[in-house]
Ligand binder design. Structure first.
Ligand code: ZN
Length: 232
């Protein structure tokens, strides 16, 4: 292979755009784990209908969370990104959600829901022990500033299909109750939940909760070093 003289090597001009892309790439490389986000219900199955459709609420929170995580270079797979069901009946739908998670090799499965039954506050369902229980506790804790705290928010999820049947540790999060006074909180804050839920997930996925400044500096150092090696 003939190596061109240093001065003939193309040196890409550093613009704000490719600098940002480079920093994002660095962050993505540092993320070893993958999360599967599952907005509950969809299509013919709206979930709870009380003032709004739970399926719509779940999707907004899930897409906001996806955007928050990807902003920090996290790897995310979604079970749905629009108002669709994943099967012709409940069992097929739930099986497909587990399959998407398993096929992606996800390290964590998070199903997002809103509750019914007249209670208050966030609840998270998981299997006992392990990463699922740790994440369940951290996620309800994150929602505390908006949803408050009521009783024992981490509950046994062994009776829930997606919690039981995903290969990855799983959490089914009920952000709040749609048929209680919680509804006002859910409606007033629905675009805040993604940002509230992101920090412990970013930590789990292998990033730093505030990586932007450090990684940007790291990226710039690498660009400078690359330019130096290229003689630029
Ligand atoms: Zn639900």
């Amino acid at each position: 292979m003939i190596v061109p003289p240093v001065e003939e090597l193309p040196v890409q001009k550093i613009t704000e755009v490719n600098k940002a892309a480079f920093c994002r790439l660095l962050r993505r490389d540092s993320m070893s784990k993958l999360i599967c986000i599952d907005p509950g219900h969809g299509g013919y199955d709206p979930g709870v209908v009380a003032g709004a459709r739970e399926s719509d609420f779940n999707l907004v929170v899930a897409l906001d969370l996806k955007a928050e995580l990807e902003k920090d270079g996290c790897r995310v797979v979604m079970t749905r990104t629009s108002d669709t069901a994943l099967g012709n009946n409940e069992k097929a739908d739930l099986q497909q959600r587990c399959k998407i998670s398993d096929n992606s090799g996800a390290d964590l499965f998070l199903s997002i829901h809103a509750n019914a039954g007249g209670g208050n506050g966030a609840e998270a369902y998981c299997l006992s022990g392990g990463q699922g229980q740790i994440m369940a506790a951290e996620l309800v804790e994150c929602l505390k500033p908006v949803m408050g705290y009521h009783g024992t928010p981490v509950k046994d999820g062994s009776g829930l299909y997606v919690v039981k049947h995903t290969a990855a540790p799983a959490v089914l999060l009920e952000v709040g109750f749609m048929d209680s006074s919680d509804f006002k909180l859910l409606a007033a804050n629905f675009h805040r939940f993604g940002a509230l839920l992101a920090p412990p997930l970013i930590k789990f996925l292998g990033g730093s909760v505030t990586p932007a400044v450090n990684d940007k500096e790291k990226g710039l150092t690498m660009i400078r070093e690359g330019l130096r090696l290229l003689g630029g």
